[in-house]
Design a protein around this ligand. Structure first.
Ligand SMILES: [Mn+2]
Length: 291
């Protein structure tokens, strides 16, 4: 089985559905071990679960929903982030103990090729594989990885006592000035070595597109981070491919107009221009460095 995990809330269920549809549509089952096994971390409504199950029409697969406890994150300076972004931190402890490896994906992603190409990467001896380099939003010379696309070695993470390490970090070492991406900053705070750098074709953020030397058909994972494909401000050169898969799901994926987008933004950030932190977030979004 190929394990794939997501963490989200009801507002993002439809976007997760698009990612799942893109995985199913591009995957070939050549033997029983190739069957897809999805783990959905989040407290999801019955209606959204039923819609997710409808995607099995594209290809048969396993789907499990795992309820999460938001109390674990209530002391973190979350800013405007939803707790669900932190669910990825719990993957090694909430997945069945027998699972050795899992792919984690954000819900702003589509697969452009068979996910097996990503799954087959050998991560023996590593904690995880991710896009890794001088990607830090805090310091241009600091090594940092993007936590939106990861291949996790569950065995080495459990042996590392990861479960206690991230809780300890979240309790004692969180620096609110270096906490623009809660989940990603905690992961980068505790995992400093045994990271296998991923080729950008497995996490094609807009920031990496101009340096990519291959063909578009070679790209495996397209990450529509920063501005999302349904937002009018998204400038990712591959964003139209998103709507091929958006048409396959039982939810309506609407493109937001500039007006709707602006109203939502000001509702979420009513005093955003008064807070230095938001300028940093905006700067980061415009340069598409992360997420
Ligand atoms: Mn993302």
């Amino acid at each position: 089985m190929i394990n794939v995990a997501f963490g989200f809330n009801d507002a993002y269920a439809k976007f997760c559905g698009v990612t799942v549809a893109s995985i199913l549509a591009n995957h070939k089952i050549l033997s029983p071990v190739d069957k897809l096994n999805f783990f959905f971390l989040g407290n999801i409504s019955k209606e959204n679960k039923e819609k997710m199950f409808e995607l099995k029409k594209i290809q048969d697969c396993q789907m499990s929903f795992i309820n999460m406890d938001d109390n674990l994150f209530k002391d973190l300076p979350m800013g405007t982030w939803d707790y669900s972004t932190c669910y990825r931190l719990l993957i090694p402890e909430v997945l069945p103990a027998g699972e050795k490896k899992v792919i984690y994906l954000d819900c702003d992603i589509i697969l452009n090729r068979d996910i097996k190409e990503f799954w087959d990467i050998n991560i023996d001896g590593y904690y995880l594989s991710a896009l890794y380099g001088k990607l830090s939003p805090y310091d241009d010379n600091e090594m940092y990885f993007n936590a939106g696309v990861m291949l996790l070695n569950l065995q080495t993470l459990r042996d590392f006592n990861y479960k206690d390490k991230w809780r300890d970090f979240a309790k004692h070492n969180v620096n609110p000035d270096r906490f623009m991406f809660p989940d990603q900053d905690i992961l980068n705070g505790i995992i400093k070595d045994k990271i296998l750098p991923l080729d950008s074709k497995f996490n094609m953020l807009m920031s990496h597109f101009s340096d990519f030397k291959g063909q578009i058909e070679d790209i495996v994972v397209i990450h529509l981070g920063g501005f999302k494909p349904w937002q009018p401000t998204c400038k990712h050169p591959l964003k139209e491919m998103y709507f091929i898969y958006a048409a396959m799901v039982p939810w309506k994926i609407k493109r937001e107009s500039y007006l709707v987008y602006s109203l939502k933004f000001f509702k979420k950030h009513p005093l955003f221009f008064l807070q230095a932190k938001y300028w940093k977030i905006l700067k980061n979004l415009f340069f598409h460095k992360n997420n």
